[in-house]
Write a protein that binds this ligand. Structure first.
Ligand code: ADP
Length: 522
């Protein structure tokens, strides 16, 4: 199977090739220019210098010509002095030519020139000797042979020059060849670079820019983009958004899973609890009845009376548990009435008088004025208050104070509501437990069921209200209940405002007042 080279590797390879070609091209250029420089140096330093030496030799030779003839004509010795000077110059040039001669061939040619020149000067000296001694005829004949030496010398110089001219031409040719090669390499490097640049652009456009643009277009379609002119910034912003959404979704999923689990658990426990409570309730009622009739019919001594008291307490405890389970598994339907919650507060406190005394707990109610009428099920609200008060009593083992504050307030949207604060002077609820106390079956008490606060929360929610546990700076527990004040059409049927179901009871029932029913904690 053909394996696809990863995009990163492909980009890396193309970039490396591009850089490689550029570096290689540069190196070749440096090498070739160095070579051309060498060739030029050879021409300038050696061949041209040698050529010039041959030229100066030739000039120095030509300059010697004519002096003997002039001397022959007028006998002036000055011509001979000048000839001597030019001979001097020739020898100097010859020495110079030797000094720059590079190879044996050059030296050999120079040696031939020197030898020929010696013959030439010797012949000329003889001619001068003839002229001086008046043998003009002999001198003229010998002069002719000196001329031959002269032309032979000129030719030797010419050959020497030609030899270096060839060197120069060869160097020129070599330079031309190198320049052509250099051009070919430069053009190949250019073509290679352009080709690789095209490949690189194709990869960048096809595999990076186009997908990025497509993503950008998709992102623009899916919502407003913060940086419309910066694709990368816009995409990274979108990706951040997506990651945050994903995190949020994960969190919500985890929460849903948790609540689903909780719901399943509760449903199962509810079924069990309902079944169990139902089975226990009838025999248990009969036990209670029999016990109380026994108490009435028997004459008990003090010790037996104490035992009876303990049995009664325990029976009441079991009764509370059964009641709690029944309520938890089958919450009663709300029987709404329009009344002031202040009356329910009074009722709950009244109901618990005996219990409060036994716990040595005093209750104060702070009430500016009676709360406005709201739609509540008084029995359920009473149960809420009873649960909170009993919890406070149980928390204050050595007695204490419960304060119930009533006031009106508004919610976040400015809608009117009533607020009931229940605070105590007990140890309070540790911060790490505040999230758990409303969970069903969470209890820190040895004989607790952990259902009281979860029932309280459910009742308040069913009323469209809220309950929260406020931090109270180590001053005991502080529960705050808020209930909405609903607008009612005050008609005979007292129908609830739109959106609320099953919350109003006919006004006719208002006069009957709340029915006394023991709370789940009672
Ligand atoms: P239970 O009373 O059966 O334990 P609840 O649901 O009524 O169940 O209460 C749960 C837990 O909340 C209690 O066990 C207790 O730890 C804590 N709690 C409730 N009310 C108070 C309070 N007023 N002061 C201190 N702790 C409290």
């Amino acid at each position: 199977m053909k394996r696809k080279i990863p995009l990163r590797t492909r980009l890396f390879l193309v970039m490396s090739a591009l850089v490689g070609i550029t570096v290689m091209g540069g190196l070749v250029m440096i090498w070739y220019t160095h070579r051309i420089e060498g060739v030029l140096n050879t021409i300038i330093e050696k061949d041209i210098a040698a050529y010039q030496a041959a030229e100066t030799l030739q000039v120095a030779l030509i300059n010697q010509k004519g002096f003997v003839t002039y001397y022959f004509q007028d006998g002036n010795p000055d011509w001979l002095r000048q000839l001597g000077e030019y001979r001097q110059i020739f020898r100097m040039r010859l020495l110079e030519a030797y000094s720059i001669a590079e190879n044996p061939h050059q030296r050999e040619t120079l040696a031939r020139i020197e030898k020929e020149y010696e013959h030439y000067t010797a012949t000329k000296d003889k001619v001068i000797g003839y002229y001086k001694s008046g043998l003009r005829q002999e001198g003229a004949i010998l002069h002719q042979s000196a001329r031959e030496h002269f032309y032979s010398l000129i030719e030797l110089c010419e050959n020497y020059k030609k030899f270096h001219t060839q060197g120069i031409m060869a160097a020129k040719q070599e330079t031309l060849v190198q320049a052509v090669r250099l051009r070919i390499i430069a053009v190949s490097a250019m073509i290679g670079s352009i080709g690789l640049a095209v490949v690189l652009s194709a990869i960048l456009i096809g595999q990076i820019l186009q997908p990025v643009n497509r993503m950008f277009e998709a992102a623009s379609r899916s919502g407003a983009i913060e940086y419309p002119n910066n694709v990368v910034a816009a995409l990274s912003q979108k990706v951040h958004g997506l990651i945050e959404d994903m995190d949020q979704t994960h969190l919500e999923l985890a929460r849903s899973r948790e609540s689903l689990l909780q719901a399943e658990k509760l449903a199962m426990v509810g079924k069990l609890a309902a079944g169990m409570a139902h089975s226990i309730r009838n025999p248990f009622t009969s036990v209670k009845m029999r016990l109380f009739s026994l108490n009435r019919s028997l004459e008990l001594n003090d010790e037996q009376k104490e035992d009876f008291q303990v049995i009664s307490e325990e029976i009441r405890h079991i009764d509370t548990i059964v009641q709690n389970f029944l309520e938890f598994s089958r919450p009663p339907k709300l029987k709404m009435q329009v009344l002031s919650p202040s009356s329910v507060v009074d009722m709950a406190v009244q109901l618990l008088q005996h219990r409060l005394k036994s716990y040595d707990v005093a209750v104060t109610v702070e009430r500016g004025q009676t709360l406005p009428e709201v739609s509540v099920d008084p029995e359920q609200l009473k149960e809420v208050l009873v649960n909170l008060i009993i919890n406070a009593c149980e928390a204050m083992v050595n007695g204490g104070q419960i304060n119930i504050t009533e006031r009106t307030a508004t919610d976040d949207q400015g809608k009117p509501m009533i607020e009931l604060q229940v605070t105590d002077t007990g140890p309070g609820i540790p911060e790490n437990l505040t999230g758990k106390v409303f969970q069903p079956f969470f209890t820190t008490k040895e004989e607790g069921t952990g259902l009281g606060l979860s029932i309280v929360e459910r009742i308040i929610h069913e009323h469209g209200g809220k309950i929260r546990l406020e931090p109270n700076k180590g001053l005991g527990a502080k529960f705050i209940i808020t209930l909405p004040v609903l607008e009612f059409e005050r008609t005979a049927d007292c129908k609830p405002a739109a959106g609320r179901k099953n919350i109003a009871r006919p006004l006719a029932e208002r006069s009957q007042g709340p029915q006394e029913k023991p709370s789940s904690k009672e």
